[in-house]
Design a protein around this ligand. Sequence first.
Ligand SMILES: *[C@@H]1O[C@H](CO)[C@@H](O)[C@H](O)[C@H]1NC(C)=O
Ligand SMILES: *[C@@H]1O[C@H](CO)[C@@H](O)[C@H](O)[C@H]1NC(C)=O
Ligand SMILES: *[C@@H]1O[C@H](CO)[C@@H](O)[C@H](O)[C@H]1NC(C)=O
Ligand SMILES: *[C@@H]1O[C@H](CO)[C@@H](O)[C@H](O)[C@H]1NC(C)=O
Ligand SMILES: *[C@@H]1O[C@H](CO)[C@@H](O)[C@H](O)[C@H]1NC(C)=O
Length: 419
Amino acid sequence: MNNTNKPMVTSHPGSRLLKAVLLLLLFPLGFIMGMISMANFPHFYESPIIPPILLSSSLAPSPSATPMPTPTPPSPSPETQCLCPPPLSSTPTPSSPSPPPAERPATPRGLMSFITPSGVMHDMTDDELLWRASMAPKVSRTPYTRVPKVAFLFLVRNQLPLRPLWEKFFAGQKHELYTIYVHSFPPFAATLPTDSVFHGRMIPSQRTTWGDANLVEAERRLLANALLDQSNERFALLSESCIPIYDFPTIYTHLTGSNNSFIDCFDNASARVRYKPDIFTPHNITISQWRKGSQWFEMDRALAVEVVSDEAYFPAFRDCRRCVIDEHYIPTLVSILGWRRNANRTLTYMEWQPKNPHPRRHGAEDVTVELLMKMRGGAGNNCTYNGAASNVCFVFARKFSPDSLGPLLELAPKIMGFG
Ligand SMILES: *[C@@H]1O[C@H](CO)[C@@H](O)[C@H](O)[C@H]1NC(C)=O
Ligand SMILES: *[C@@H]1O[C@H](CO)[C@@H](O)[C@H](O)[C@H]1NC(C)=O
Ligand SMILES: *[C@@H]1O[C@H](CO)[C@@H](O)[C@H](O)[C@H]1NC(C)=O
Ligand SMILES: *[C@@H]1O[C@H](CO)[C@@H](O)[C@H](O)[C@H]1NC(C)=O
Ligand SMILES: *[C@@H]1O[C@H](CO)[C@@H](O)[C@H](O)[C@H]1NC(C)=O
């Protein structure tokens, strides 16, 4: 009987060999699997898509038969565990460790830095920037006291020769009321003094050529950068030859108190000459929607979000050569959108000359009390502001050459009330 077992036992050396071979095979296999899982495991934690609530329920053995998965940090109410997935910011990521409690600001973490970014420099591409800037809160009630800011967008070539006048304009004004953004290519030759209001306000800029689409791209870049500050409510485009013709409090009140944006927008025979049916008809832009107007806009936040988010119409304008798109793109977009809250005029004064495509340039000898009074609008001006008659049609003016700075600084306290 035992003999019958013997052959069975004697057959074991063969199975032992098999076991040894299997062991030899399994050990490196197990080692490789271990290495793979070790390499993969951190990715589970790094991935923001997988909430930790799922990780803890699937990876940790559940001790009891509770229907609710238990998240790692213990929470007093099981109901909140079920209803509210933990916020992404609380996900334990090795790259962003939570700061010690002492360093935490009093406000909800991240909100203030989100509302008002500390600087203007970033390394986003235009695509990334426009996408980020196109986001608007859906909740209408703001969970903090929002003081509207005016964003002054300077689209300049290389230098700001009238900067001393603007410094006087901003001097002593509350920083909570305004922001400055400068698009300058090539960048400023000289570095600005640290006490300048323009210091550190240079945004990532690219080359611009008058009449080219890259000029409108620069305008959209300025708008997008300014939209990143949630407090910016009004956006005024200015050039190096622009001046303010009222003091800061007057301009701030005029802009933030208006129900309208100020986009120059008209349609007549002269406006229609740049309409190219072969380019615009395929993009569903009709000649009846086509508008022309001064490039120098002032708009509210809602319209600024529309301008940076436009994907449908901007490509048509960008591809159009000799369309003077800086004078047609925004007015036509406003028309296509059926935007009602528009004054249909610009807030920037300029003087057109007969048979000259460029507005008049004012030099030192032109700067007089009469000129500034005319720009500010005496009894002759007849504009509508929030539905009522107003003699203030303009709050900015151009074009002033660099040599006009001296006379402007001299007249500013008497006429404009600053400096
Ligand atoms: C078209 O309208 C603009 C703005 O109102 C005006 O300046 C221009 O003279 C008009 N041109 C023609 C040809 O009517
Ligand atoms: C133009 O409008 C038509 C009809 O609504 C639509 O099918 C087409 O995609 C539009 N074209 C563009 C370029 O938006
Ligand atoms: C400006 O033009 C638009 C479109 O024609 C119109 O809806 C709006 O009422 C105009 N704005 C003013 C202040 O007249
Ligand atoms: C200003 O406009 C109103 C309304 O259009 C008109 O009645 C008035 O005569 C105009 N005044 C001047 C000085 O043009
Ligand atoms: C501005 O618009 C709001 C909402 O449409 C309206 O209630 C308010 O009366 C307007 N203000 C003025 C000054 O027109």
